[in-house]
Design a protein around this ligand. Structure first.
Ligand SMILES: [Zn+2]
Length: 325
């Protein structure tokens, strides 16, 4: 008797709330990789040499958030907790915000715009010290937080549509759409980085833009959902031997069209912002010569830290990698 071998596929009913990596790993890596090309000549050689590192480590903050409790709030801010747009009662200066709401309360609702400013100061100091390892680590990681700040649902307490029966929309917007369309359709030729005279104001403007777009992100998906049966909304895809339920390509295409280029626009703005922050930190540090730094390598301690991060990430027994926002 002839046996027909049938590939064994495990069906995974993908819960989108558990598959959310904030811009997705793809998006964060792409943003850091593209930002390198916006840098001026004195920086680009050093950053290009380490483009692989900047890409790979763009997702370290997301890996860390499941291991370090303090990490989570650095990725988002629930601005709707502070009233309605433009959230005047929330001071933009950290000290003033702490005086008004206490640091515990601020942490509870997310601190991404302030955390980016802290990372920016650290990066500036790393440039002053000409510490190549630290420059690269901080560049990779600030790129992550800046990317998160550009995602509308990172500024809303309804971050995964859990309050409006739209669970999964977080990963849909920031992972599924870019994974399907960024390489094929998006334009990442963006120009050059600019010096930010007020990095604090700049990032607050970006965060407020995200907040202004959050309602559209949610409302348009709700309307689209009404036009699609569940059979057309979802599709099964084979991913590394796993049969995974995903938003269908048809549904994803329709959503992208309704959003009128929003995801591409926010990705492009993320790339530009990341490059501007890298450039500004370098200028503020006195424009140190980076070419002599190329020979430096990471310490054994750095390597151990990443090894541990990956080990714990890969073995996370909870299997729950839900975005806190
Ligand atoms: Zn994140």
């Amino acid at each position: 008797m002839r046996l027909i071998r049938v590939p064994v596929l495990v069906v995974v009913l993908l819960s989108f709330s558990n598959d959310c990596y904030c811009w997705g790993f793809f998006g964060h890596k792409k943003i850091n990789a593209c930002a390198v090309f916006l840098l001026p000549p004195p920086m680009i050689l050093f950053y290009k040499q380490h483009a692989g590192f900047l890409t790979e480590h763009a997702v370290d903050p997301d890996k860390r958030r499941y291991l370090v409790a303090a990490e989570g709030p650095r990725h988002y801010i629930d601005l709707d907790h502070y009233g309605s747009f433009p959230y005047k009662k929330l001071p933009h200066k950290w000290d003033s915000a702490v005086a008004r709401f206490s640091s515990d309360s601020l942490e509870k609702h997310g601190i991404v715009p302030w955390w980016i400013q802290r990372m920016h100061r650290r990066l500036t100091n790393a440039f002053k010290e000409k510490n190549a390892a630290l420059i690269l680590k901080l560049s990779a990681e600030i790129g992550h937080y800046i990317g998160d700040a550009h995602v509308p649902l990172h500024t809303s307490s309804n971050h995964n549509g859990q309050l409006t029966d739209q669970v999964g929309i977080h990963g849909f917007w920031e992972s599924r759409i870019p994974e399907l369309f960024a390489e094929k359709q998006y334009d990442f030729i963006i120009g050059k980085a600019d010096y930010l005279r007020r990095p604090d104001q700049f990032i607050w403007e970006r965060v407020l833009e995200s907040a202004a777009a959050a309602d559209t992100v949610l409302m348009q998906e709700k309307l689209l959902n009404n036009r699609f049966s569940v059979f057309r909304k979802y599709a099964y895809e084979n991913r590394n031997g796993l049969l995974v339920r995903q938003y269908s390509e048809e549904y994803t295409t329709a959503y992208q069209q309704i959003l009128n280029g929003m995801v591409e626009r926010r990705m492009r703005q993320s790339v530009y912002a990341v490059a501007c922050f890298w450039f500004t930190a370098w200028v503020d540090a006195g424009q140190p010569d980076l070419n002599g730094l190329s020979g430096q390598i990471f310490s054994a301690e750095d390597l151990r830290e990443w090894e541990e991060l990956n080990r714990l990430w890969n073995n996370d027994p909870r299997g729950d990698r839900t975005c806190a926002n």
